[in-house]
Design a protein around this ligand. Structure first.
Ligand SMILES: [Zn+2]
Length: 649
């Protein structure tokens, strides 16, 4: 940290328009603090509350005072996992008064812009930075390791992962104030921040009961807007004078060093670990009390021969060597195959799919799709740009089967149903295409400087002035191994260069995004808001082409179906035979035909295939309401025919 004694930030300029903007942006579903002032109330007042609030804020800024009433937090304990009677199994959620949070937002913007404009925050810090994310940091870490693997001869990388326990609660207030001064914060701004930190109270609220107020003596306030930023300032100098490659994500600290010489690398890392330990003592930060968890090491290696790496020491204890380490939600294994990570997502998602299966008879299809996207597909999306291996068919298929199983669970279709037809029915792009799409979106952002510079710097420079014909092409990184070619940067540059200038030159990100989506995402088939789980399941099976009908079973090689003939023996049991011709269902068919001819007598002139399609899908010629009626008539026929009640096998 470049320490300074000069005061560079001492005040806040208040803008009433900003206050109004923040109020309008508040989420009305957020719970309110102990003062009972809700977001809904503020939104109702809208601009009439701006003036009084700005007077209060202005006085607070002039006095360097953060009101006591806004420093009281209601704590709600949220159960995380395991035994409910142990306090460590709960996550405390702190809820602060909303007016105070609006004031915090104003202070935050001034402070954050000051720090960014003066480049005071460590460039290796990815936590809570706008434009940065876990994925960005993971891309950078894994790319560096891939590059070392790709070197000739292949190099190893030692990575150390540190666990500072409950770091946010440990921040020492006087130390933080000192560091704010060192960064040039003074005057009213410093008094305001000091007042913000001191004299804070909290109480536990549960089932309408509340405990007494208790004073908090250390830490940045939980649930606050300024807390994370103040934490970054506090931890900012942890990486000063370190020789290895340090990556920070809030308090997640990791060190990496490629191995040119085993002893030298061990020395570099050991020296850095000593410095970090000294930093922690000086600033009263402590590491996980369980010493075996304070630091873990992974030796990333593609070498077949064993290399002796001297031990690393942290806090006088040998750093534990592990084969894989979960870092920012991604399991990094020592060969960067991501096998363990993929295994973990398959396990987690299959639990979710079981739940989906049980919900099918209780929820309409759009709700099931929402549940799939938010609780299952989100797990697959996370870090997919990194674990994706476009040329590895077995990994690609294993992942794809997750979404296929989810599609079966949502529709109730039979295993063996065409994946493509199922995805079309639901409007799902394949996961493989989705990863392709998401990687290109990240790459667009990297090229347009919407992610940190450390990612932009990885991309080989354009030579547009010299090579006019290929000016939209990005030169690729040299890949010695297929393994490296599979990794994010080489594979995404390859795909980018295939896109064509009309797409890569998209003016905005949203134009780029939608032109890619157009290529991969099918329009879903409509079920016209019908909530009839069994009926919709059966009609979907007919649409997809795998049902009890003998034509379907024969085509899918069912053992008990040696020919596709209907048991009426007249012809193949196809969808149109079932709906329109099989004499087993003559009575039910009278109801069916009466129903649809009532809707439109002209249907009479259509051929059998067209009528069958109309019965399965409705038609764009009719309104949604009429289509809904048509599908209900088909479902009624399907159910009263009792054709689909026996067991499938
Ligand atoms: Zn028949």
């Amino acid at each position: 940290m470049p320490y300074t004694l000069e005061v560079l930030l001492d005040n806040i300029v208040l803008n009433e328009d900003d206050i109004l903007k923040y109020i309008r942006h508040l989420d009305p579903n957020k719970s309110h603090g102990f003062d009972g002032i809700s977001v809904r109330m503020l939104k109702l007042c809208d601009f009439s509350i701006v003036k009084p609030l700005s007077i209060i804020f202005k006085n607070c800024i002039n006095d360097g005072y953060f009101p006591l009433a806004w420093k009281k937090g209601n704590i709600t304990p949220i159960h995380k996992k395991d035994k409910k009677n142990l306090v460590e199994n709960y996550r405390p959620i702190s809820i602060l008064p909303i007016c105070g949070k609006i004031f915090e937002k104003i202070i935050f913007n001034t402070l954050y812009n000051f720090l960014e404009n003066n480049r005071l925050l460590d460039k290796n810090q990815s936590g809570f930075r706008s434009g940065d994310s876990c994925t960005n940091q993971l891309l950078s870490i894994t790319h560096n390791i891939f590059c070392s693997f790709n070197a000739n001869p292949s190099q190893e990388v030692r990575g150390v992962f540190l666990d500072i326990s409950k770091a946010f609660d440990k921040v020492w207030h006087d130390g933080l104030i000192f560091k704010l001064k060192c960064n040039g914060v003074g005057g009213n701004m410093l008094s305001l921040l000091s007042s913000f930190l001191h004299d804070r109270f909290q109480r536990v609220v549960l089932n309408g009961q509340s405990s007494n107020w208790v004073k908090i003596t250390a830490g940045v306030p939980q649930g606050s807007i300024l807390g994370p930023l103040l934490f970054l300032i506090y931890i900012n100098d942890i990486s000063n004078n370190l020789e290895s490659d340090v990556k920070l994500f809030a308090d997640d600290t990791s060190l990496f060093s490629p191995v040119f010489d085993a002893n030298l690398t061990a020395d570099i890392l050991n020296n850095d670990l000593v410095k970090i330990n000294q930093w922690a003592h000086q600033w009263k930060m402590s590491f996980n009390p369980n010493v075996s968890k304070q630091a873990h090491e992974v030796i990333f290696s593609k070498k077949r021969n064993y290399v002796n790496h001297p031990d690393l020491l942290f806090n006088d204890i040998n750093v534990k060597k592990v084969d894989c380490q979960k870092h920012l939600g991604l399991i990094l294994d020592n060969k960067l195959t991501f096998d363990n990570h993929i295994k973990m997502i398959i396990e987690k998602t299959s639990r979710g799919i079981n739940v989906l299966r049980k919900l099918r008879f209780h929820l309409p299809r759009p709700s099931l799709i929402t549940i799939y996207k938010s609780f299952i597909r989100s797990l697959l999306d996370y870090a997919d740009a990194i674990y994706d291996q476009p040329y590895n068919l077995s990994v690609t298929n294993r992942l794809e089967s997750i979404q296929y199983n989810a599609a079966l669970a949502i529709t109730g279709c039979i295993r063996g149903s065409s994946r493509e037809k199922l995805y079309n029915e639901l409007g799902f792009e394949s996961l493989q295409s989705r990863r392709w799409f998401r990687k290109l979106c990240i790459f667009y952002k990297i090229l347009h400087a919407k992610t940190p510079k450390y990612l932009y710097d990885i991309v080989p420079q354009h030579q547009q002035f010299f090579n006019f014909r290929n000016r939209n092409q990005v030169p690729n990184i040299f890949c010695r191994t297929e393994f490296f070619r599979n990794s994010f940067f080489p594979s995404v540059i390859n795909e980018w260069n295939k896109l064509g200038a009309h797409i890569t030159n998209s003016e905005t990100f949203s134009i780029f995004r939608s032109s890619l989506l157009k290529q991969i995402r099918p329009n879903s088939r409509n079920i016209f808001n019908i909530f009839d789980p069994l009926g919709i399941q059966l009609i979907t099976r007919l649409r997809i082409g795998l049902s009890h009908l003998r034509e379907h079973k024969f085509r899918h090689n069912f053992n008990d179906t040696l020919n596709p003939l209907c048991s009426c023996n007249l012809e193949v049991e196809s969808v149109s035979h079932f709906f329109l011709r099989c004499h087993f269902y003559d009575n039910e068919r009278l109801v069916l035909m009466n129903g649809i001819l009532n809707i439109d007598p002209n249907i009479h002139h259509l051929d059998d295939i067209s009528i069958s399609n109309l019965l399965l899908y409705g038609s764009t010629e009719y309104s949604n309401n009429i289509n809904k009626k048509i599908l209900e008539i088909s479902i009624n026929f399907i159910l009263t025919s009792k054709r689909f009640e026996e067991l499938l096998f």
